[in-house]
Design a protein around this ligand. Structure first.
Ligand code: MN
Length: 286
């Protein structure tokens, strides 16, 4: 079989966001994006003590891309300027298409701020092509039970199909840009073969475990960059492992980003800043 060649194995750096430390394998060093994937933050597993300060994500805007939050432990409460308030628990996903603009806050629910608890999540930023940057903003909250699972032989080993399809099972989210997004769980000595769509970029991040991926050793908190040619990815777990695997069409447009805005030109960034400041992206009234 024609395998996808591993181009690089990228370790995470730590980033400090208002006192919250997260791992960031993307962007990092020579890999500033894996078109269409822009940024990955992995937070936790981490214990929040009782009477904690929650997450440092008070109301802020986004325009021009999607933010997808995979919640592996704890819960995240989202509120936004379209009037949505949504708390998603362990095993769920928050898929937000910012499109032409939205203001949202992301925090632990009040009960977790009061009593504390375990938290682990990934936030992934996925770019939108120019033709979709002006879509109306849309939030899609998926609880654990909404996401189909395909067993890989034992209780732990499975593919959770968030978006796209695996082994004939359709995901819970209908991606506007054909993104595939799977959470993959393997017991020690477990194996899975993945076949990304032709010409899709692959994002492969290890949350936990030691693996061999198309013959390369990969460990927890590393991101694998693959060639965009070739077909199969064979993943063999040496220890109990958890991974995030996504694929997407390469957009191949200029990327100009400034904080929470990702556009094609500097002029569009200036427009975004002006539109946010003048209230055109709305306010949270919840
Ligand atoms: Mn945000």
């Amino acid at each position: 079989m024609d395998k996808r060649q591993v181009k690089r194995v990228i370790s995470s750096m730590n980033v400090d966001m208002g006192g919250l430390i997260s791992r960031q394998p993307l962007p990092n060093g020579p890999v500033q994006q894996l078109d269409p994937f822009l940024l990955l933050h992995h937070t936790g597993p981490k214990t929040f003590e009782p009477e904690n300060r929650g997450l440092p994500f008070a109301p802020h805007p986004h325009r021009g891309f999607e933010t997808v939050t995979f919640i592996f432990d704890g819960a995240v409460e989202h509120k936004d300027s379209t009037g949505v308030q949504s708390t998603i628990h362990k095993g769920g996903v928050q898929w937000m298409t910012a499109g032409k603009g939205i203001v949202h806050s992301e925090n632990l629910p009040n009960s977790m701020i009061e009593h504390g608890g375990e938290v682990e999540y990934i936030q992934l930023w996925i770019n939108l092509p120019a033709k979709y940057k002006s879509l109306n903003a849309k939030y899609h909250g998926l609880q654990k039970a909404d996401i189909p699972e395909v067993s890989l032989g034992d209780d732990f080993s499975k593919v959770r199909v968030v978006s796209g399809s695996y082994d004939g099972v359709d995901g819970a989210h209908d991606s506007v840009t054909d993104i595939q997004a799977f959470e993959i769980y393997l017991s020690a000595n477990g194996e899975v073969k993945l076949t990304p769509p032709t010409d899709h970029q692959v994002l492969f991040y290890v949350l936990e475990g030691d693996l061999e991926v198309n013959g390369h050793q990969v460990s927890a908190h590393q991101l694998v960059q693959f060639s965009t040619e070739g077909s199969d990815i064979v993943v063999q777990a040496k220890t109990k492992s958890r991974m995030l695997y996504c694929t997407g069409s390469i957009i191949d447009e200029p990327v100009v980003s400034h904080g929470p805005f990702v556009m094609n030109t500097q002029t569009e960034i200036m427009e975004a800043m002006r539109d946010y400041q003048s209230g055109k992206m709305g306010i949270i009234t919840l």
